[in-house]
Design a protein. Sequence first.
Length: 114
Amino acid sequence: MLKAADLPKRMLEFVNLREQDAFVHMHEKGTATEKAKSLIAAAVERAKNLEDIPTEVVDVTRKALVIGGGAAGLQAALDLANLDYDVTLVEKSPTTGGKMAKLDRTFPTDDCSI
């Protein structure tokens, strides 16, 4: 609809009548109607003040820095590497593993932690 009116995407003001009104006032028809009118009137007033913000396209370097070599850090580094990011992993200790490396067994499988 914005495209047909030759308006930029940022000129959209959205009112979620379903979540903010219909579900809340499901058993109060008159209240729901009045609230819907109020929400739409407020959105129209907000829309009057919307301005187009120019979009700038920039080059993105696919690099990531992951701080912490624990279970979460290692998983994040692997996930990013699988998305073709150049990943640098930083860990303050000489070995990775974080708290997991200090555990003998892990729940629920009772496997060795490393």
